[in-house]
Design a protein around this ligand. Structure first.
Ligand code: HEM
Ligand code: HEM
Ligand SMILES: [Fe+2]
Length: 452
């Protein structure tokens, strides 16, 4: 690694992969419950498993983003992290709050709001923890030798993500207002400011891996940021169709959210073109695979499958069904899980001085997890479309329909097994890398690849 304090990223990456493993366990619990084998019902009923599954997802992704920032910011600013000790304390606090929240869910200590279940007292701790993180990264950039667009876009994404946690804490006892503010967090995160984080991380990886000029890469980054905000802010309206908000949201939400795929399409084209044009054959082709794969899969999962149910005339049928779960899986996987995997794949050799990326398990991890996730998405799609037809066209009862679609969850389970084998391979490689070096070491990719 080029800077000693980058080693702190390792803790966040390891935490990330541990929480992902747990998330997968809860995914299987739900998939079995859906297919008629709700054997753990008395201990972990479906709603507990669901809240745990989705919150673990958010937690491991945030841990991945924080680790990525601690790794990337020193390289971009050409300086050590402002305070490694603070980074460590902030990591520890994050883990403690996360574990408390997850355990609490099993005792019904939560707020019944999808994705924002974390109880209020813990929300305040999350805010403090994220402030510490943002402070530490901010000071690193402030005192750094260089201030690049990539670092600033990433930082803007991180700070806005922290700020956008707050609307979810606005007190209200009105169902519509509650839903209204919940979407400021959930939607403006994944279809707004998290896209800045994604854009920053993507730009960093493309700069390092393709050898393209910084000027070209960062010019594209501006275009993507522009497209994201032009469509994503008013695109929030696609969640305001049926929650009791005024009817003008039908056309505002429909129109602007229909433009959102453009930003994801932009990212996919950007990654593919730069990877082709770059002309540099970086030794770590596996990291490039994750990077370009991320840009393509996020377009399919978020852009294409998001568009599939975003217009009000479609959404009135698909709203809140397994069609949403179909889109949710591939969008989160393609955009945010894969970018974290991309950074980990690029960073681990530099942190440890080892070259596990050359092993067959590295390629296996990419292909099995991706093919598995695409297959899982397809199984959710079949179940979802069947559900929509039987429940909303034929008019069958919700639970009767759930029985009809049980069989499709065998498909979900099979695909999930393939997916899990890929994740297991990735984690196995992560373990084989070993612990990060305690001191600055020679760059494992060779001196040609330090710059950019
Ligand atoms: C990486 C970006 C994205 C991620 C991670 C993501 C993820 C999700 C998730 C998890 C939900 C369920 C949320 C809930 O019910 O609480 C959802 C809902 C939705 N998403 Fe996305 N999404 C992304 C981008 C998009 C885009 C670009 C579009 C439109 C083009 C879109 C359209 C929708 C719609 C219409 C719903 C509401 C579904 C319903 O009515 O049940 N999403 N998304
Ligand atoms: C072994 C792997 C997995 C299995 C078997 C699985 C299964 C499930 C099931 C059964 C649900 C509940 C659907 C419902 O409400 O009826 C769910 C929800 C969800 N899962 Fe997974 N999952 C897995 C991995 C993942 C991964 C890796 C991600 C993200 C990258 C993810 C993201 C989500 C999201 C966002 C939701 C909420 C969707 C919504 O709001 O409708 N899951 N999962
Ligand atoms: Fe949205």
């Amino acid at each position: 690694m080029n800077y000693r304090t980058q080693r702190i990223a390792y803790l966040f990456f390891a935490t990330s992969l541990l929480l992902l493993s747990l998330q997968i366990v809860y995914g299987f619990i739900m998939a079995f419950a859906h297919s008629g084998y709700d054997v753990l019902h008395d201990i972990i009923p479906f709603h507990v498993a669901r809240a745990t599954h989705t919150n673990l997802l958010v937690m491991w992704l945030l841990s991945g983003f924080m680790g990525s920032a601690y790794f990337l910011i020193p390289e971009e600013t050409q300086s050590e992290i402002y305070s490694e000790k603070l980074a460590f304390v902030q990591w520890l606090a994050y883990v403690l709050v996360g574990v408390t929240a997850i355990v609490g869910f099993h005792f019904h200590w939560w707020e019944g709001r999808k994705f924002l279940e974390i109880p209020r007292p813990l929300d305040y701790l999350v805010v403090i923890d994220v402030l510490l993180f943002v402070y530490n990264i901010g000071m690193t950039i402030w005192y750094g030798k260089k201030r690049t667009t990539t670092a600033v876009v990433l930082y803007a994404g991180l700070v806005s993500a922290a700020l956008l946690y707050l609307p979810g804490m606005i007190p209200t006892d009105h169902q519509t207002a509650d839903s209204y503010w919940r979407w400021w967090v959930v939607h403006l995160w994944v279809e707004g400011v998290w896209e800045l984080i994604l854009g920053g991380l993507l730009a960093f990886l493309l700069l390092k891996l393709t050898g393209m000029d910084r000027e070209v890469v960062e010019k594209w980054l501006y275009v993507i940021v522009g497209l994201t905000f032009m469509s994503g802010i008013l695109g929030t309206g696609h969640h305001y169709y049926f929650i009791g908000t005024p009817s003008y949201w039908l056309w505002i939400g429909g129109l602007f959210s229909a433009l959102e795929p453009l930003a994801f399409l932009g990212m996919a084209v950007y990654a593919v073109v730069l990877a082709k044009k770059g002309g540099r054959r970086h030794p770590n082709q596996n990291a490039l695979l994750w990077t370009v794969g991320c840009a393509i899969m996020s377009f399919i999962g978020a852009g294409f499958l998001g568009f599939a149910h975003t217009l009000p005339m479609v959404n009135r049928y698909t709203h809140g069904t397994l069609v949403t779960a179909m889109h949710g899986h591939l969008a989160f996987w393609g955009a945010y899980a894969m970018i974290v995997f991309g950074i980990i794949s690029y960073a681990m050799p530099k942190l440890t001085g080892r070259k596990v990326y050359e092993s067959p398990t590295a390629a296996f991890a990419f292909w099995s997890s991706n093919i598995g996730m695409v297959a899982m998405t397809a199984a959710f799609a079949v179940a979802g479309v069947t559900q929509v037809y039987l429940e909303r066209k034929v008019g069958m009862d919700f639970l009767a329909v759930q029985e009809e679609v049980e069989v499709h969850f065998y498909g979900v389970i099979l695909a999930a097994l393939l997916f899990t084998s890929g994740i297991a391979a990735f984690i196995w490689d992560f373990i084989r890398y070993g612990l990060p070096k305690q001191e600055r070491v020679e760059d494992v990719y060779g001196t040609d690849f330090i710059g950019a």
